[in-house]
Design a protein around this ligand. Structure first.
Ligand SMILES: Cc1ncc(COP(=O)(O)O)c(C=O)c1O
Length: 368
C-alpha cells in the first residue's frame, strides 16, 4: 500500500531543498515502477531517471516525455541503444569508452543529437566501483564524441546507494566539480541518487544542507551549470507499506515466531540484502522478541528478525514500513507464490493500482 499524500510531500520537500536556479529532479524508477506512482511523480514536475530500457518503457507509459528522461545505464547492447534512440531519449550518461563508441555509431545517422555525459569513476570518492570512467580517460571520450559530431557536456557522479551521511555528498562537491572542469564543453552536473533514507530512525540525509552546499559552489563558477539529481529511495521509501496477516504463532522459549501470509520474495531487502525495515502492529502490550517469517520453508524467509512486538494472534495485521523503494521492484516469483496487489491510498479513499496475481502467472511464457 502506498500513501499518495506522503509521496507528494516528500517530492515537494526534496524539490524545494536546492536553491540553485537551474536544477532538475529526476526520479530513479529502478526503485519503483508502478505507473500510478510514476504519474504522481510526473505531475509533481519531476523527470525520470532510467537505469534500463524497461525504466524508459514504464516512464513513457506513465506520461514522461522523452526530454524529461535521463538514461544512465550500463552495458547496453546495440538493440538497447537503438530502442532508446527510437524512443527519442536525448540525454545519456555512459560508463565506458566502448559504450560511448557503440552509441555514437548507433546514433550516427539519426536526426536526434542527444546530450552526452560521462559517469565518473573515482576510487578516492566512492571506493571500489565497477561503474564509470576514470578522469584520465575523459579526453579519449571527448575525441570519440567529436569524431561523431557529438560533444560531452555532462558529468554524472553516483555516490553509492543508501548513503545516509550528508557529508559524504557535501565533501565530494569540490572534487567532483573540479573534475568536471576537465571536460572542455562541460555544462551540466548530475549528482546521481544514493541519498540515504533513515530506515532505523535517527538522522536523515539533510537535503537543505546538501542543497545549500551545491548551490553555493555552482554560484562561484564562471559559466551557468545545469544541476540534475536523481533520488530514488529517499523519495519513495517512506510512502510504501507492505501489509500482511498473521497465519501462525508459536513460541520457542521466549521468542515469538510469527508466520505471515507474505514472503521474502515480495520484499527481499531485509533477508537477502541485509537491510532493515521496521515492523508495526495495531496491538499494544508487553513487547516480546519476535521473528516474522514468510509463508515458505526457504531458510531465509524472514521479513524481520529479533523485532520487539506485542503478543500477536492469528488474523492480526502487521505493517512492514518504508517498503516503497526496492520492494515490489525487486520482488520475484522465486518460491512460486503469485505477487500481491498494490493499493494507493489518497486521503480516506483507496484504489487498486496493481492486481493481485493468480497462479496462472506462474505459467507465463512457459512452453509445454
Ligand atoms: C545512476 C543511478 N541513479 C540513481 C539511482 C537510485 O539510487 P537510490 O535509490 O540509492 O537513490 C540508481 C540506483 O541504482 C542509479 O544507478
Amino acid at each position: 500500500m502506498y500513501r499518495g499524500d506522503r509521496l507528494r510531500q516528500t517530492l515537494d520537500q526534496i524539490g524545494r531543498s536546492i536553491p540553485h536556479p537551474n536544477t532538475q529532479f529526476h526520479f530513479a524508477s529502478v526503485t519503483n515502477g508502478n505507473i500510478a506512482l510514476l504519474q504522481i511523480v510526473q505531475q509533481a514536475g519531476w523527470g525520470l531517471h532510467a537505469n534500463t530500457p524497461g525504466d524508459v518503457f514504464l516512464g513513457l507509459k506513465a506520461g514522461f516525455s522523452p526530454p524529461h528522461i535521463v538514461y544512465s545505464g550500463s552495458n547496453l547492447n546495440r538493440a538497447d541503444m537503438k530502442q532508446l534512440l527510437d524512443w527519442q531519449i536525448d540525454r545519456f550518461n555512459f560508463d565506458s569508452l566502448s559504450q560511448l563508441q557503440d552509441f555514437c555509431d548507433c546514433a550516427a545517422n539519426r536526426s536526434i543529437r542527444p546530450a552526452l555525459g560521462l559517469r565518473l569513476n573515482n576510487p578516492e570518492l566512492i571506493g571500489d566501483s565497477r561503474i564509470g570512467i576514470r578522469a584520465e580517460e575523459f579526453m579519449d571520450a571527448v575525441t570519440i564524441a567529436h569524431q561523431h559530431n557529438f560533444t560531452i557536456t555532462g558529468l554524472h557522479f553516483y555516490r553509492g546507494t543508501g548513503t545516509n551521511a550528508t557529508s559524504a555528498f557535501t565533501d565530494a562537491i569540490d572534487r567532483v566539480i573540479s573534475i568536471a572542469q576537465r571536460l572542455p564543453d562541460w555544462r551540466s552536473i548530475d549528482f546521481g541518487g544514493g541519498f540515504g533514507y533513515p530506515y532505523r530512525g535517527g538522522a536523515a540525509f539533510d537535503w537543505p544542507e546538501f542543497g545549500e552546499a551545491i548551490a553555493q559552489k555552482l554560484k562561484t563558477l564562471s559559466r551557468p551549470i545545469e544541476l540534475l539529481v536523481e533520488p530514488g529511495r529517499s523519495a519513495i521509501a517512506e510512502c510504501g507499506i507492505l501489509l500482511a496477516k498473521v497465519v501462525s504463532i508459536k513460541w520457542q522459549d521466549d521468542q515469538q515466531i510469527v508466520g505471515v501470509d507474505t514472503t521474502v520474495a515480495n520484499l527481499s531487502v531485509p533477508a537477502v540484502h541485509g537491510g532493515y525495515r521496521s515492523i508495526a502492529t495495531w496491538k499494544t502490550g508487553t513487547l516480546h522478541q519476535t521473528d516474522v517469517c514468510g509463508n515458505t520453508t526457504y531458510s531465509r524467509d524472514y521479513l524481520g528478525r529479533n523485532c520487539w512486538l506485542p503478543r500477536l494472534e492469528i488474523g492480526d495485521a502487521i505493517a512492514i514500513l518504508d517498503s516503497g523503494a526496492y520492494g515490489y521492484a525487486m520482488s520475484s516469483h522465486f518460491l512460486h507464490r503469485p505477487r500481491p496487489a498494490e493499493v494507493l491510498l489518497e486521503g480516506s479513499q483507496h484504489r487498486l493500482i496493481r492486481q493481485r496475481e493468480d497462479y496462472s502467472i506462474l505459467l507465463n511464457g512457459q512452453i509445454f
